[in-house]
Write a protein that binds this ligand. Structure first.
Ligand code: SAM
Length: 243
């Protein structure tokens, strides 16, 4: 692996790509993600006609039916040619050729400034190795979508988790911390640190969004709190972020 490489850049190839949907589609959180993205798309479509959504990483294009059903144009990118091939296979040539999906690194996307009116990014930030890479990616999203909304899914740390006070919330948080600690320890023991997903602090994510000129419109968590999955709905109102 090169210095700027990380596990997720290489993981989704061959059989992992070909079997991606089959291994996940029955899991309850898959359906919940579909529903969250469907709600976001409906909102985007209601706000503007002929909008373009950028989906990064595109993966197997799991939200494409919804995008097209709402009349959105679709662009996207994924670093894995095999994942894009699995997407093309799944949806068929007639649908795939309506999209502009490219093999590319999310830190250097091949789309022009302002090419998108909305961004969807799920199951990605957790794979990024550090905050600098996270910021590069969010900066690219802001460059390509200088006016519009984004849905960014992040796995957050326990202190970025349930915000409610009280004894029940404290117990939940303690359980969460314990589970996270055990997982980290086990990963270290079996030498899997680089292969493990990462949780980021809510505060760090908010600082990145602010530096990139993104306003938080809404924040909500997956209903299964132990998953620590948070969705940020962001608005870019004119590109205060990096040029
Ligand atoms: C867990 S999958 C998520 C796919 C899809 N967004 C979803 O929610 O099902 C992670 C994806 O990130 C892609 N990926 C990893 N690193 C990337 C990078 N630097 N730039 C673009 N795509 C990347 C992988 O190839 C893989 O398709």
């Amino acid at each position: 692996m090169t210095n700027d490489s990380y596990h997720a850049k290489e993981k989704y190839a061959g059989n992992v790509a070909a079997g991606y949907d089959d291994r996940r589609v029955e899991k309850p959180h898959w359906g919940r993600e579909q529903a969250v993205v469907a709600g976001f798309i409906a909102d985007i479509a209601a706000r503007s006609t002929d909008a373009t959504v950028m989906d990064v990483p595109f993966g197997t294009g799991r939200y494409v039916d919804d995008y097209l059903a709402h009349g959105l144009n679709v662009i996207g990118a994924d670093i894995s040619a095999d994942m894009i091939a699995a997407a093309a296979d799944r949806m068929g040539a007639e649908i795939f050729c309506q999209l502009d999906v490219r093999v590319a690194d999310a830190e250097h996307l091949p789309f022009a400034n302002g090419a998108a009116d909305a961004v969807v990014s799920t199951r990605f930030i957790k794979w990024l190795p550090n905050l600098a890479v996270v910021e590069n990616v969010i900066g690219e999203f802001a460059r390509i979508c200088p006016t519009g909304r984004m849905l960014i899914q992040v796995k957050v740390t326990a202190d970025g988790g349930p915000q409610a006070g009280g004894v029940a919330a404290a117990i939940k948080r303690a359980r969460w911390l314990l589970r996270d600690g055990v997982r980290t320890m086990l990963s270290a023991v079996v030498g899997r640190e680089g292969k493990k997903t990462r949780r980021y602090h809510d505060g760090d994510m908010r600082a990145i969004f602010a530096r990139q000129g993104l306003t938080i419109v809404d924040v909500f968590d997956d209903e299964d709190e132990s998953r620590a999955i948070r969705y940020y709905i962001l608005e870019n109102e004119g590109g205060a972020g990096r040029a």
